[in-house]
Ligand binder design. Sequence first.
Ligand code: NAD
Length: 499
Amino acid sequence: MQELTHYIGGEHVKGTSGRFADVFNPATGEVQARVPLASKEEMAKAVAIAAAAQPAWAATNPQRRARVMMKYVELLNRDMDKLAEALSREHGKTLPDAAGDVQRGLEVIEYCIGAPQLLKGEYTDGAGPGIDMYSMRQALGVTAGITPFNFPAMIPMWMFGPALACGNAFILKPSERDPSVPLMLAELMEEAGLPKGILQVVNGDKEAVDAILYDETIQSVGFVGSTPIAEYIYGTGCAQGKRVQCFGGAKNHMIIMPDADLDQAADALIGAGYGAAGERCMAISVAVPVGEETADKLIEKLVPRIEKLKVGPYTSGNDVDYGPVVTAAAKQNILGLVQTGVDQGAELVVDGRDFALQGYEDGFFVGPHLFDRVSPDMDIYKKEIFGPVLCTVRAGSYEEALKLAMDHEYGNGTAIFTRDGDSARDFANRINVGMIGINVPIPVPLAYHTFGGWKKSVFGDLNQHGPDAFKFYTRTKTVTSRWPSGIKDGGEFNFKPMD
Ligand code: NAD
């Protein structure tokens, strides 16, 4: 069995805590590797290395730092297939989806090539008589990030790209479910020219996370994952005086208006609801058709599309729509929630509970499910299922649909499908959700905009990537300077004592 490592000081380092977690191949259910779980002491070692290396990196001019990013983009493209394969093997998502995971991270690195422009400060000439004022953005020092299993390439790059481009050192604590790609990403950064110790990967669980939160050298913590952990990390990190941004869970609603093109809406729901087995924070998990007729027609269009979905291992290539979920525990959780839906009276229109795949009986596959007539008091509506389960809540009017999405505790993403510009505009203006799609089911903003939800989907203020990331990973320093009149007023010829 393969024993994974940490990546500390530019070396693959074996774990010394004696604690490990199993890394599965979700398609077969086999344990394919074990990942070391770091102790507080192992984390402290990485922090010390980062602290020693960071000042020189911060003093490297931004253009040179940007060139490392430029080279990194080239290396990511070179190794795209290798990275996607390693990602699919541990996560379970299909190969094209895994390549998309890498690509969406790569695009943030491309944005970071603009660091010299993004880090330019502000200057006021003549703020007072003979007074100039300027602001500069300086690196924080040692920064850290804790990432989820569902985007093991994209989300680490969303964090370490801007952190490094700003001149920080960064310690990544990736998900213990799929740590191989984060390790590969760190190694590649050094091949791109990053000095040793500036990007390190310390694998682990709560112990490693707490070591980050209570470390006095670490200046900032980025987190993406489930809401209860986001809340814990935000509260604890802020109480330790750190700069913290945490992104949590989601329950994304898609409103389908009576005037929408229902074939388009159904196609969009299939991709957004079942892609990556529903394990996306921007997945659509609630369809809200407006009006009974819209709902009936939508369900009629969804069922045959769902029945055609091909579920299988990534090794089947393009022949698969989605793969297994990440662990047996995730599968159990999803099926348990499906059962509560049935028990609480929702109509299970497509039942994937008996799904089995020949030759992969021990894999963590979950068949697609479609619920109709879900109501807001049911567990399947209130909780994030994070699986291939789409819930339909029928709304009597646009206002009712809007209120439903607004009353939900999560506010990551949402979408409206309509042909009416006025409804779309009203929706975008009034909804209390961070990312809105108009006839776009998964409205993930591109790298040069920012990504972040509202309500319980976020803790903190600045968003991920885009200009916000350059604010999060720097501190502003403002200088007011006055130069009294000097030599330009004429030479001084008499020998005078200094006073
Ligand atoms: P998770 O919260 O279980 O784990 C995330 C990270 O926290 C991992 O690195 C894990 O090791 C660590 N962790 C787990 N338990 C901990 C504990 N008790 N104390 C300290 N650290 C702990 O999330 P996950 O299952 O890996 O990812 C799925 C979740 O992430 C979903 O809720 C999804 O919506 C969310 N997510 C949100 C976004 C977003 O941008 N809002 C993006 C992707 C995923």
